[in-house]
Design a protein. Structure first.
Length: 228
């Protein structure tokens, strides 16, 4: 399924996104592909860039910092991994969107650093919908508290929610999780009278389900760059 040709892989992934969006009566342009480039070396990232890809995702700030200087500056970087508070400064400097906000203290730190940098930082809250014990992401109750806090912070623009399905989940379980994230989003929009347009869900193995369930960002690594 996966060959070594990054531009072919990208083309095929984009075709699949279009096909599924059309099938589910969604605008294909409303689903943006993030090429997850963690552990991938710069020349391969440039191959993807040359094939037209502009949104890339990294899960470690340090890796992002070391790559960014060797890559075109019109790349939009998405921070998709856990963010430590001592890395907030470079994260805010470099990231278009931080997908992995998971605590009030992190939120406040991002707000103060963004203020210093004269920026409004776009963020998503990472929700753990499965309730399964995982390292990162919060229950919906906690996410709601964090959302309420975010509404008070001037340099934070909360754009929506992110989730990851547990590795061993079945297709039906994954679909249900994605559906729950979407309905939680709908509920929060209604209850707090806010807009949360973005749903970041779906990776190489489950992005098709995610699009059917309303994803606006899919985070795809292996299907583009091959196995890490
Ligand atoms: C690595 C990673 C991905 C991409 O995973 P693939 O299975 O390679 O597509 C997506 N999201 C997050 C948060 C990741 O860490």
């Amino acid at each position: 399924m996966i060959n070594s040709n990054i531009s072919d892989n990208l083309f095929q992934t984009n075709e699949k996104i279009k096909k599924i969006a059309n099938k589910t009566h969604r605008d294909p342009a409303a689903v943006r592909l993030i090429a997850v480039s963690k552990y991938i070396e710069v020349p391969k990232i440039i191959d993807a860039y040359n094939a037209g890809q502009r949104h890339f995702g990294e899960n470690r700030v340090q890796e992002l910092q070391s790559k960014v200087k060797d890559l075109p500056n019109d790349i939009q970087w998405h921070l998709i991994g856990h963010l430590q508070s001592n890395k907030v400064r470079p994260a805010v400097e470099l990231s278009t969107l931080i997908h992995s906000v998971d605590s009030v203290s992190l939120l406040k730190k991002i707000d103060s650093v963004a203020k210093e940098q004269g920026k409004v930082q776009k963020i998503l809250f990472q929700a753990n919908i499965s309730g399964e014990r995982t390292k990162f992401g919060n229950s919906v109750n906690t996410v709601e508290e964090q959302l309420e806090m975010a509404m008070e912070l001037d340099a934070i623009a909360c754009k929506g929610l992110m989730t990851m399905a547990p590795q061993n989940a079945s297709e039906d379980e994954i679909r249900l999780l994605f559906r729950k994230l979407r309905s939680f989003r709908d509920e929060m929009e209604e209850k707090h009278q806010i807009l949360l347009p973005e749903l970041s869900m779906g990776m190489s193995s489950d992005y098709e389900i995610a699009i059917e369930e309303g994803a606006t960002f899919v985070r795809v690594g292996t299907a583009i760059f091959g196995a890490r």
